[in-house]
Design a protein around this ligand. Structure first.
Ligand code: SF4
Length: 265
């Protein structure tokens, strides 16, 4: 049984009423059991708990598996070009600042083609939320190396292994002055939903990097592999201390922290 499917079934009861508000019952193109379903469950739960109405939400979708959620939400939405989800969302917010503006992207679009926009969104503190499904691959195009692929990873595009260190998007965002920087895990749905809630309420740019194992293309960095390493930041974590955040977001190999590393108004 697929783990994601299990979560979906378990959540389906709780989400039954919310589905009518936020979820389009279209057929998804995601693989059965994809952990993007879990991210959707967490986001829908956050919308519901914040008592947002569908017409108050505008969602912007990048290209890739994450962006293919474009027909799954019953909100305003725009499916843009690869890596360009931030300027689209920032433009919409500029025109109508009452909208809750959420971007869904993958690590390829957000940290590859769109990295310049991530830096500018951080520096300008656009009041939008960027959720990145980070599976450390270009999954929709069948598994090429992305900017967050670990050095040495062999993929179709890197048969001899990636020859450079993985980019740390949280470190880049913090260095560029982002005012809300967090990491979540697609298999910690309740925790993830709480981060989404805080991010949406945050008055400024929020980046949530979500570890989203690709169950189809990545047989190494699996749920089981991440489960052994992931831990939640302590509830007393000093998330106003940028220096501590800059160090904490670099913890990765043995232990991987999740939670809100930094937030300032
Ligand atoms: Fe999900 Fe991976 Fe399938 Fe894409 S390829 S839908 S990320 S499981």
């Amino acid at each position: 049984m697929m783990v994601g499917s299990f979560f979906q079934r378990r959540l389906s009861k709780r989400l039954k009423n919310m589905k009518n508000n936020y979820i389009e019952l279209n057929k998804s193109t995601w693989c059965p059991g994809c952990s993007n379903f879990n991210i959707q469950a967490a986001l829908v739960s956050a919308f519901s708990e914040l008592k947002l109405k569908s017409h108050e939400i505008a969602m912007f979708y990048d290209i890739g598996c994450a962006g293919n959620a474009c027909n799954l939400y019953k909100t305003y939405g725009f499916h843009g070009l690869h890596g360009r989800v931030i300027p689209l969302a920032a433009g919409a917010k500029l025109v109508n600042d009452k909208l809750t503006t959420v971007c869904l992207a993958g690590d390829g679009g957000a940290y590859g083609e769109g990295i310049g926009h991530l830096i500018e969104a951080s520096r300008n503190n656009f009041n939008i939320t960027l959720i990145v499904s980070n599976n450390r691959l270009y999954s929709l195009t069948a598994g090429q190396a992305s900017p967050t692929s670990k050095k040495g990873t062999k993929t179709k595009s890197t048969p001899y292994g990636v020859n450079k260190n993985a980019l740390n998007p949280l470190l880049i965002a913090l260095s560029a002055d982002a005012s809300f920087v967090a990491r979540g895990y697609a298999y910690e749905i309740k925790h993830l939903s709480e981060i989404f809630k805080q991010a949406i309420k945050h008055n400024g740019f929020s980046l949530i990097d979500v570890i989203q194992p690709c169950i189809t293309l990545d047989k190494k960095n699996t749920k089981e592999w991440y489960d052994k390493k992931i831990y939640k930041l302590d509830k007393n974590w000093p998330n106003k201390d940028k220096n501590k955040a800059l160090i904490k977001v670099q913890e990765w190999d043995e232990c991987i922290p999740i939670g809100i590393f930094f937030q300032e108004e």
